[in-house]
Design a protein around this ligand. Structure first.
Ligand code: FES
Ligand SMILES: [Fe+2]
Length: 371
């Protein structure tokens, strides 16, 4: 049979689902040690390593010689050495040397704006000329004597926005986390969603309830009895592109709830940085910063263990939800009042993505003049 000439079909370009001109948490500071780290962020394969003076660099994970991932190599005297034929790469994406070769004409690979702050490595996958480290979100609890922090990292097979939805609607706690933080009063208490500057805030306040098991443990961790009625709060703050900080806690009833003094409550911030790996997978950096009994490292470990178990329950739901959505992209989903926080967050993201698309489509000044 003779081969048939078929013109390639131009597939419609799918709209991006995440903004690229934004800071994302790429890894924790201790994930990059002497060895380079290869990680896909927003669809880009990157390599992270520490160059001279321990300064972190982020580059395309692609050796200009034959395309081997540079993350398979090693770091020697601040230079990244390709593990295939020994090309030495500099932090700026320019080849420094290669055994037996002149490297002056070697193509430069992309280097990304990267910052080490608060124990995390932050990367800007988009235009590095727009990357301003001053816009990295402030984490007041980091290295603060009144606070303790413990956390972890999960790789989850879901669209990053499903995790944002999950964290901006805590009614799921009643069902997904029934044995730890769930309770019927969450369902029974309406939440309020508002826009505060660049944040979407969804909050819920409950009063005179029994603390669920996780919060009983936290009360004991602050030297408080766990068998009296408490006031409980959940204040979810989404900051684009994908961080959700949730003020959570319980206070012995009658002391001001959220505003109760520290010795009458267990107050924490659930820390969530959700970094898209691809359109259907994420790096999920989770943790809890607590503002009570900060020196108790055993308590930190206990809370971390409890939180890890709780978030594993979310992981299972999200991956199976993604499987359903991928199998049925045509199906319309409901937007109920409990979904308002996630819907508002998506609206903010859509605007950012649209602004990026318009900037890409806009002709440069030179092109406009030539036209
Ligand atoms: S592929 Fe990297 S040196 Fe050859
Ligand atoms: Fe959850």
């Amino acid at each position: 049979m003779s081969p048939v000439n078929v013109a390639p079909i131009a597939l419609p370009q799918r709209a991006a689902t995440f903004p690229k001109n934004a800071w994302y948490v790429a890894c924790t500071a201790d994930e990059i040690d002497a060895k380079p780290l290869g990680r896909q962020i927003c669809g880009i394969h990157m390599v992270f390593y520490r160059g001279v003076n321990n300064q972190v660099a982020a580059l395309d994970d692609f050796c200009p010689h034959r395309g081997a991932p540079l993350s398979l190599g090693k770091v020697c005297e601040g230079k990244l050495v390709c593990g295939y034929h020994g090309l030495e790469m500099g932090c700026d994406g320019k080849t420094v040397a290669m055994p037996g070769q002149r490297v002056g004409g070697f193509p430069t690979i992309t280097s990304y704006a990267v910052e080490e702050r608060y124990g995390f490595i932050w990367v800007w996958p988009g235009d590095r000329a727009l990357a301003d480290p001053a816009t990295i979100q402030q984490l007041e609890w980091h290295n603060h004597p009144d606070w303790a922090y413990g956390g972890g990292l999960f790789h989850i097979g879901c669209d990053y926005r499903l995790m944002i939805d999950n964290l901006m609607d805590l009614t799921h706690e009643t069902y997904v986390h029934a044995s730890s933080i769930g309770q019927k009063e969450i369902d029974e208490t309406p939440c309020k969603t508002s826009l505060e500057g660049e944040q979407v805030v969804t909050s819920r306040f409950m009063s005179g309830i029994e603390a669920p098991p996780f919060w009983k443990m936290a009360l004991r961790g602050n030297g408080l009895t766990d068998d009296v009625p408490v006031d409980r709060w959940q204040i979810c703050r989404f900051t684009p592109p994908s961080s959700v900080m949730i003020e959570v806690g319980v206070a012995h009833q009658g002391h001001g709830g959220y505003d109760a003094p520290n010795d009458k409550k267990a107050y924490s911030v659930v820390v969530d940085f959700i970094t898209p790996e691809t359109e259907t997978s994420i790096w999920y950096f989770w943790g809890m910063a607590r503002k009570f009994n900060p020196k108790d490292t055993q308590l930190t470990a206990q809370i971390r263990e409890g939180q890890g178990r709780i978030f594993t329950e979310d992981l299972e739901v999200l991956e199976l939800q993604q499987r359903n959505l991928s199998a049925h992209p045509e199906r319309k989903l409901l937007k109920l009042n409990i979904d308002t926080g996630g819907v508002q967050a998506r609206r903010m993201l859509d605007k950012m993505i649209e602004r990026e698309r318009q900037a890409m489509d806009a002709p440069t000044a030179a092109q406009a003049q030539a036209a």
